[in-house]
Design a protein around this ligand. Structure first.
Ligand SMILES: Cc1ncc(COP(=O)(O)O)c(C=O)c1O
Length: 445
């Protein structure tokens, strides 16, 4: 057994016992495919600010941060107070509420391209709805997406999304999705050849929270120009980047206005909620017009029992207001810059080739490749990324870091929050250096 696995088993015995039981309840014992881990995943039962605790009582500095939804950290007291007071006054009022409007207004203030909003329960629902709206708007059925870009787990998002194969997706649907690399010549070639492509969807800073970085400047501007020229809807999936890459997301930071945007995670203040917004003329594909043919046959319908439920809406309002009015992003970005610099020094001290890069409060380690000199959006080919950040390396980095009390999301991203402290960051840098040495000792790097 590797030294890392041995230390992992010694440190987390309660999780090992829990996992033995869990496999009797859930396929593979898990409730989200990304939580699968060998020999077993860790079980957590509480969290606060920048840390969480496992069943053995270990404190863990958390960079999963609600899969990226907790830019304010765990259980921010103002969000907790707001949710708690609403829960006592109703979790579902079975009708419209003033809260949904306040939530939409907060989104629209931060993201100027959004003229109208609809609220959903997940990023997956938002990207699915966005694709259908785009189709209804221009009548073109096909979707252009980029290799590895993740947009949830509905069928149109499954081709080349990196986390799961498009198993069981009918060929007719696969034929509707064209996958290319984020290269403007390839995009233009597809749009010129295939007039049935009606929407281009992307993670605007690159696949998997920028692990496969693209160069947003000038790629996003080029994409805007090309899609406009071909009458194609430009859809930014800002589920991760929204309210993180800047207060207004990637589109504000890089000054590009998409036609539609999907939001999740941060938009709902750490509660299970999401949104879609964009140009009114596209969003209006959901409106009732009082014309039977339109209303009954052509309008895009949207349901969702828990859409805009009051506790979620209120968490969204409070969370977004904090982003608007306080230096939340500035604080998270500064901590991330400290982390990124420290990880880059750790690679040198541990004598392991590699570097850390990332935008705003996202920090991505890249083990095995020499630095390119750009620590924000470096040019890393898909081949290099796959050759160096293998499943084995990511898995063992995650485990090694956990034994040092740090949880790195998927072994490939640190989602830094405003609730982390300088002390957390410095402990993380030391944990990373120690983990790199252990990876080398175990022959993983
Ligand atoms: C860019 C992106 N889009 C969509 C989704 C799907 O969101 P959800 O998990 O809320 O369905 C995710 C989830 O991680 C994401 O990162």
């Amino acid at each position: 057994m590797s030294i890392i696995d041995q230390r992992y088993e010694e440190k987390f015995p309660a999780s090992a016992r829990m996992y033995e039981k869990a496999v009797g309840y859930f396929p593979s014992g898990i409730t989200h495919q990304n939580r699968f881990a060998e020999p077993f995943p860790i079980y957590f039962n509480r969290a606060n600010g920048g840390v969480k605790y496992d069943l053995d009582g270990n404190e863990v500095i958390d960079y999963v941060m609600g899969n990226g939804s907790l830019i304010h950290g765990h259980s921010h007291p103002e969000i907790v107070a707001a949710i708690s007071s609403q829960v006592a006054q109703g979790t579902h009022l079975g009708g419209n509420t003033p809260f949904e409007m306040e939530w939409a207004d907060a989104i629209m203030r931060l993201v100027p391209s959004v003229e109208q909003v609809r609220l959903t329960n997940s990023g997956t629902e938002s990207t699915y709805l966005a694709i259908r709206l785009a189709r209804a708007f221009n009548g073109k059925p096909k979707i252009l997406k980029f290799e590895e870009h993740f947009h949830g787990w509905h069928e149109y998002a499954l081709p080349s999304q990196g986390n799961a194969p498009p198993a069981s997706v009918p060929q007719a649907i696969m034929d509707m999705v064209i996958v290319v690399r984020p290269n403007i010549e390839e995009v233009e070639e597809v749009l010129a050849k295939d007039p049935e492509v009606g929407v281009v969807i992307l993670e605007p800073t690159g696949a998997h929270y920028s692990c496969f970085p693209l160069q947003p400047d000038p790629f996003l501007q080029q994409l805007r120009e090309v899609t406009a020229r071909y009458g194609v809807v430009l859809l930014f999936d800002e589920t991760i980047t929204g309210f993180r890459i800047s207060k207004g997301g990637a589109q504000v930071r890089y000054n590009v206005e998409p036609d539609l945007t999907t939001f999740g995670k941060i938009v709902a203040g750490g509660m299970p909620g999401a949104a879609i917004g964009g140009k009114a003329e596209i969003m209006e594909m959901m409106s009732f017009r009082g014309e039977p043919d339109w209303d009954n046959h052509r309008r895009i319908g949207q349901g969702g029992t828990f859409n805009a439920n009051p506790p979620t809406a209120i968490a969204g309002i409070v969370g977004l207001k904090m982003i608007e009015e306080r230096p939340v992003n500035e604080r998270a970005d500064a901590l991330a810059a400290r982390l990124k610099a420290g990880l880059n020094e750790a690679f040198v001290r541990a004598e392991v080739p590699g570097f850390a890069y990332g935008i705003a409060s996202l920090v991505n380690p890249m083990i095995g490749m020499e630095p390119t000199g750009d620590y924000e959006t470096p040019v890393i080919s898909y081949e290099d990324r796959r050759a160096h950040m293998t499943g084995k390396r990511k898995g063992f980095l995650t485990k090694a870091m956990l034994t040092h009390g740090v949880h790195v999301m998927g072994g490939q991203v640190f989602m830094v929050s405003a609730a982390h402290t300088e002390e957390h960051i410095d402990r993380t840098i030391q944990a990373f250096e120690d983990s790199l040495r252990e990876l080398r000792e175990d022959g993983i790097v």
